[in-house]
Design a protein around this ligand. Structure first.
Ligand code: LLP
Length: 425
């Protein structure tokens, strides 16, 4: 992974390009994506579950180049808005490989999905069934899945757990909402129910919750067969596979998740006497996070109250994850190695909030000074895609590296971009 090349000492390179050179060429903050690493991780998922569809969760990070990479590696795309759909369409991504999600799909989301002919629309609420059916052009049928809320608590932080009872996603298995919705979908001739979906949460660092989901959903597939006489051919277990942000963080390889899921599927289907459905998984973070590195420049160093603060030229506007989820990262200085001892340093951003902390108490050289470049590994997912325009600092550019060369994928947001939206009076 891009993070593994950040070994202590010497010149740090990603994709064969020194990070310092990238900071100088593109300015900071900048996000660097290792193209080979993204592709290798996409392939690792395909190898982990050779009979499954692997659908990349676009929300982790999407731009036109990434759409192309996923297309070329044979993955599908999980999208949740007309915007993500339009972006995929600009590259002619095969619509039949797109899955549309969302607990509140707007008319524009549905219109765009139906116009482009997406492969699957995942129904998340009972009310959505009739409104989707009313929009399907001609006799259809539009292929759909029903998102089941399996009542399984899993995930790295309360805010990214989506499988337990009592939150906004899916239709509850426990209270019968899922089976009611399934009956209504089956009653709509223009909708074709092809399978069940669930998504448990994110940063799930063990395969066991997925095995549990299989043990709950396969019996539901068997009940649907008994009640409606239809044998659903697909089961989508969503994404949520953990990555390591710091050495030692638990992060099973795709193969480990794949093996456990596959074994449990075979076992549960045998127990329910149900034919093994085609699996889908929707990894986002696990493909993109380890392939990305964020680079910042130190603007100020402050020693106060027994602490050392290194303030950098980005912050919560390009990485809101520490503030939102208490996410922890490692930080490395690149391009300048000295004999200075290491010292616990808190890396903070430039935004006007005390909570704008990128990394609390990380080990950095004691002679840190303005102008030094800091690298934050495992930054490829849910940073740029969640970046905001806070304080008008401008969203950072994204650069791809491969075989010793770099190319810009997205340019830095400028004041002119902002001004052009602010139409005044
Ligand atoms: N499928 C569905 C239906 C999802 O909602 C998500 C993520 C995924 C797949 C992909 O999950 P992944 O493999 O990337 O964990 N902003 C948060 C993460 C939110 C995830 C939302 N849904 C964060 O930065 O931790």
């Amino acid at each position: 992974p891009a993070s593994a090349t950040l070994a202590p000492g010497g010149d740090v390179t990603v994709g064969g390009v020194p990070l310092l050179e990238l900071a100088e060429r593109y300015g900071t903050p900048v996000y660097v994506l290792d193209e080979d690493e993204v592709r290798a991780r996409a392939r690792a998922w395909r190898r982990a579950l050779p009979d499954a569809d692997v659908v990349y969760a676009a929300k982790a990070f999407l731009c036109r180049a990434v759409v192309d990479w996923m297309e070329q590696e044979g993955l599908g795309l999980d999208v949740c808005s007309a915007g993500e759909l339009e972006l995929a369409a600009t590259r002619g991504f095969p619509a039949e490989r797109i899955v549309l999600h969302g607990n509140a799909k707007s008319p524009a989301d549905l219109r765009t999905a139906l116009r482009l002919g997406v492969g699957r629309i995942v129904i998340d609420s009972a009310g959505e069934i009739a409104s989707l059916a009313a929009r399907v052009p001609g006799p259809g049928p539009q292929q759909v899945m029903v998102r089941v809320l399996p009542g399984i608590e899993a995930g790295g932080h309360r805010k990214i757990r989506t499988g337990g009872e009592g939150q906004k996603f899916g239709l509850s298995l426990a209270n019968g909402d899922a089976e009611d919705a399934i009956a209504r979908v089956v009653g709509q001739p223009c909708l074709e129910l092809v399978g069940l979906h669930c998504h448990l949460g994110s940063q799930i660092s063990s395969p066991e919750p997925y095995a549990r989901a299989v043990r709950r959903l396969v019996p539901l597939l068997a009940r649907i067969r008994d009640r409606h006489g239809i044998t659903l051919p697909e089961l989508d277990l969503g994404g949520g596979f953990a990555v390591a942000h710091r050495p030692g963080d638990p992060a099973p390889a795709p193969a480990a998740y794949g093996r456990r899921i596959h074994d449990e599927l075979i076992r549960s289907c045998a127990a329910a006497d149900f034919p093994v459905p085609r699996l889908t998984v929707e990894p986002g973070r696990s493909i993109m996070a380890p392939a990305g590195v964020a680079l910042y420049r130190v603007l100020a160093v402050k020693r106060t109250g027994g602490r050392v603060f290194a303030a950098v030229d980005g912050g919560m506007s390009d990485n809101p994850r520490p503030a939102l989820y208490g996410a922890r990262y490692t930080v490395r200085r690149v391009g300048r190695s000295t004999a200075a001892p290491m010292r616990a340093t808190t890396v903070v951003g430039r935004h006007c909030e005390a909570g704008d902390v990128l990394a609390e108490s990380v080990e950095l050289p004691d002679d840190l000074r303005p102008g030094d470049v800091l690298a934050v590994p495992a930054s490829g997912a849910y940073h740029v895609s969640m970046a905001s325009g806070y304080n008008l600092t401008g969203r950072p550019p994204v650069v791809a590296v491969r075989a010793g060369r770099s190319r810009p994928l997205m340019r830095r947001e400028t004041f002119e971009d902002h001004r052009s939206r602010d139409i005044g009076l």
